[in-house]
Design a protein around this ligand. Sequence first.
Ligand SMILES: C[S@@+](CC[C@H](N)C(=O)[O-])C[C@H]1O[C@@H](n2cnc3c(N)ncnc32)[C@H](O)[C@@H]1O
Length: 608
Amino acid sequence: MQKLKLGSKDLAKENIQKLSTIFPNVVKEGKVDFELLKQILSDYLIDGCKERYGLNWVGKKESILKANTSLNKTLRPVVEKSVDFENTKNLYIEGDNFEALKIIQESYLNSIKMIYIDPPYNTGKDFIYKDNFTKNKAEYEEEIEAIDEQGVKLYKNTDSNGRFHSDWLSMMYERLLIARDLLKEDGVIFISIDDNEVHNLRHICDEIFGEGNFVAQFVWRKRTGANDAKKFVSNDHEYILCYSKQDSFSLRGIEKDFSNYKNPDNDPRGEWAVDNLTCNKTASERPNLFYDIVDPKTGIVYKCNPNRVWAYEKSRMNQLISEGKIIFPKNPNGTPMYKRHKSEVKSSFKPISSLLGDFLNANSTKQLRNIIGGQYFDHPKSIDLIKILLKQSTSKSDIILDFFSGSATTAHAVMELNAEDGGDRQFIMVQIPEIIDEKSEAYKAGYKTICDIGRERIIRAAEKLRMENEELRIDMGFRYFRIDTSNFKESKDISEIDQNNLFEDVDNIKPDRNELDLLFEVILNLGLKLTLNIKTKEILNKKVYFVENNLLIACFDSNVDENLAKELAKFKPQKIVLKDNSFKTDNDKINFEETLKELSPESDIWVV
Ligand SMILES: C[S@@+](CC[C@H](N)C(=O)[O-])C[C@H]1O[C@@H](n2cnc3c(N)ncnc32)[C@H](O)[C@@H]1O
């Protein structure tokens, strides 16, 4: 019987393990001798720390360390805030996104096809996070000096708030480090950003995803007209940085809109639309394209415009006329047009770096207001903008993650796209329960946190989609989870135990936690997905959970003995989980394991 390891994965330890298999002499007593490693990997003599190209800032090293350290937190299901908890494959996670990413890291490793994030842009008032690495000015100066002494170049903002960029960079860096691991090999990340940090963000993305995996820096227009900004230029655009996990990735391209292609004359060649028959050249530039043409049916002569001549030479034009590819207007002064059939047109355009369309902030705000009934969230992104990114990068059954979810525009876009193309893309939204100002309209309307707004938006967007199409059968539910400390008490150090607390830890589960809490912590710790199907059965008066049929069977009831083992063995489960102290006696624990080994030798048995 194996004891299930709790808490998120200790990546540093695992990587050290991997390193030691290649360079056994570099790892001593679990610690890496970096100088030796550097020396082994270099063809010159290493003399101390060398500066290298890259962006550095105060707190960068701590961020790397933080991203690699394990976290003793978990996700607790909130069934009453979920929609269609039993069947849905979508997730809404309430909590800090660094913690969320760490907690789901193992379960969703190499699983996410597309990440879209719209982080705070570091405008001076939009950046909230709950890490405690924010240092006071004195600590910061001290640290700068310390690092300067080692010769490492620092990014330093010289204004009075010198930590401004560093704090933001650390916040992004440690999150992106984990996010990359979650992407599938053919996965892609899109990051909304503006001029405040785009240059820094590109540096850290180049470092994390690799310069070669830079796909594009898309530009899109957020407003019309100038604003009253104090700067010289009024910015009316923002960016979306795009990086792939591997350089073999390519975007699908934007599908061409064929809605104006019709077939009113039942042309056997199929649907068509009218197109220009002229080109942007003059008669003197292209004399061979300057000639009159005649409609063979009516005999009407159409003059060529000397400033914009025909697109084809006479012989080709005659061929097109005989094939019925030219449409002649009734008016002799009108311009003949080209009859372009759908079959002649490529179905998609190569993506271009300027995203064209109506994505204006004002309209996105209106879109959201129409859904949730008031001006409750500032600057949501456009559903159509995110849909373009989804269309270019995802297929119908992919998982999409947004860990700065805000009003949950991404969830809305995923549902809309699924409704359009019958897909079953799944979303994972993560949002910190940022408190809403008591004086705001949103608070007066009953919203206490941004999560309340995001959750409500998903519910109402689903209602709207259902109203628009009663036949719609797509997944519009979500399992709602909240980040909390582990359900299991931390085991006391032997020195902490005395006569008074000797029996306190007999049950290692915190008193306010229920069985579903335990089940999901087990699911996470076994690296399984949070959307697996869960059924319960009563067996020998015990409640037994079946996760994805027989993938995992769990029972957290007490007084377990070998009779239960005989019953569970019939299902030939891949994994069985029980509470360590749930056996009637120590003998029952041994007999339980022996019985299962005999009747279902393939089953792994775990205790928590
Ligand atoms: C710019 S908004 C995203 C807006 C979103 N794209 C939309 O269309 O509604 C950024 C969001 O990230 C959230 N946020 C900031 N720090 C966070 C953190 N550490 N964990 C989770 N969410 C965070 C903020 O509360 C805010 O709602």
